[in-house]
Design a binder for this molecule. Structure first.
Ligand SMILES: NC(=O)c1ccc[n+]([C@@H]2O[C@H](COP(=O)([O-])OP(=O)(O)OC[C@H]3O[C@@H](n4cnc5c(N)ncnc54)[C@H](O)[C@@H]3O)[C@@H](O)[C@H]2O)c1
Length: 367
């Protein structure tokens, strides 16, 4: 029996507590310290991690002899917090997406991470959803990959502590905050880097009547993004956040010269009295025409511990294995930063009406 890994948690809001519930399912870890400034969130976290000590700030958290740190704070705070950790110690970090919210911080963080051995793992939970892991494993069945479309139609942004997700300056904008997951999946499934991004988007329906300190939210609630990749593949994102009633929240299609592969994922909200349906994969060969459907069953404990189809549990299993073995992060800081850059390119394109080129080698937008 190995010694349990000593985890610390910075930020115990909605996602931080999803991490706590999932860590409680792992045998070889314990959460020893939490930093959470909001009294309501702190009390909820205490109920989930009664043995943890609660500390006042990040530096006090880093004093707790941690083997691993989870950062689940608002997006705009990530960059400075990670820089503080890197300056103070070498503790392995699992930091929530988006890793940063501005192009300036992409450069700052890359500079700070150059030549450093620290394990920095970006919380791209979607990669660890069982249905999407199965989709990735089956990718080769489509033949030569040509097109990938990701449709997310869902409910509006939820309420957050101090409403940080209502404004672009705190969240990075909808294509950074929400869609960095999908841009990350595009790179993963197409095995390519982005070259050019064209987007159209707006805030048409949601949050229009809300006011915070007199200001109206400026986050977009729908849009399309088209991306050219350096291997000739095309990706497309179709986002709508006023489609609460849909059967599948994400519908992902990869098309090659042989087959089409689909993944359909139901959303987290259950209809009362109706059994939840599983995510599914569909392989549709061009010939003979005979689609094959496979349901993807997620273990109940992992499913119930969060709202990401068990992904947070499987991500922690993989993160713990990396911490114990010294192997590199499955989702590196560069992965996280490229997903942010793609989101920033989409934000800029939809704002200007012009396509935005990405210099993927140097992690910058060409404008
Ligand atoms: N990977 C995913 O699928 C996923 C899903 C949801 C949220 N997230 C990400 O997780 C992060 C947190 O989101 P959330 O939904 O939990 O938001 P939230 O508002 O519910 O929680 C954020 C928490 O951080 C706390 N906090 C703020 N400043 C802090 C500081 N300096 N030190 C310590 N704690 C601080 C707040 O009090 C709050 O409790 C965001 O980056 C978000 O984008 C990721």
């Amino acid at each position: 029996m190995t010694n349990p890994l000593r985890y610390g948690l910075l930020g115990a809001g909605m996602m931080g507590r999803e991490h706590l519930r999932n860590l409680a399912l792992l045998e070889d870890v314990k959460v020893v310290a939490i930093c959470e400034p909001n009294p309501g969130m702190l009390n909820k976290a205490r109920a989930l991690a009664p043995d943890a000590v609660f500390v006042a700030d990040l530096l006090a958290l880093l004093d707790q002899r941690l083997d691993a740190l989870v950062i689940a704070t608002p997006n705009f705070t990530h960059c400075d917090q990670l820089l503080t950790v890197l300056a103070a110690c070498q503790v392995p970090v699992l930091i929530e997406k988006p890793l940063v919210t501005t192009e300036v911080d992409v450069t700052r963080l890359r500079r700070a991470l150059a030549d450093r051995a620290s394990l920095v793992w970006v919380g791209m939970e979607y990669r660890f959803m069982p249905a999407l892991a199965a989709f990735d494993a089956k990718g080769a069945t489509v033949g030569q990959r040509r097109m990938l479309s990701i449709r997310e139609h869902r409910y509006p942004f939820l309420k957050k502590v101090d409403d940080w997700n209502r404004f672009n300056r705190y969240s990075g904008g909808t294509f950074v905050e929400k869609c960095c997951h999908f841009f990350d999946l595009m790179r993963l499934f197409l095995k390519a880097e982005p070259v050019r991004v064209f987007a159209s988007a707006a805030q048409d329906v949601n949050h229009l009547a809300e006011r915070y300190g007199g200001a109206q939210p400026d986050i977009w609630d729908n849009g399309y993004v088209i991306i050219d990749f350096d291997n000739g593949c095309r990706g497309m994102l179709d986002l709508c956040m006023f489609a609460d009633g849909v059967r599948f929240e994400q519908e992902i299609s990869l098309v090659g010269d042989l087959d089409r592969l689909d993944c359909q994922i139901p959303g987290p909200f259950r209809v009362v009295g109706v059994a939840p349906e599983p995510a599914r994969l569909v392989v549709s060969p061009r010939a003979p025409v005979a689609p094959v459907i496979e349901n993807i069953i997620v273990p109940k404990a992992a499913m119930d511990a969060g709202s990401h189809q068990g992904a947070t549990f499987f991500q922690h299993q993989a993160f713990v294995a990396a911490v114990r073995s010294g192997k590199p992060a499955a989702v590196s800081a560069d992965d996280g930063l490229m997903a942010v850059l793609m989101g920033l390119a989409a934000q800029a394109s939809a704002t200007t009406g012009q396509a935005v080129e990405i210099d993927a080698q140097n992690f910058r937008l060409l404008r």
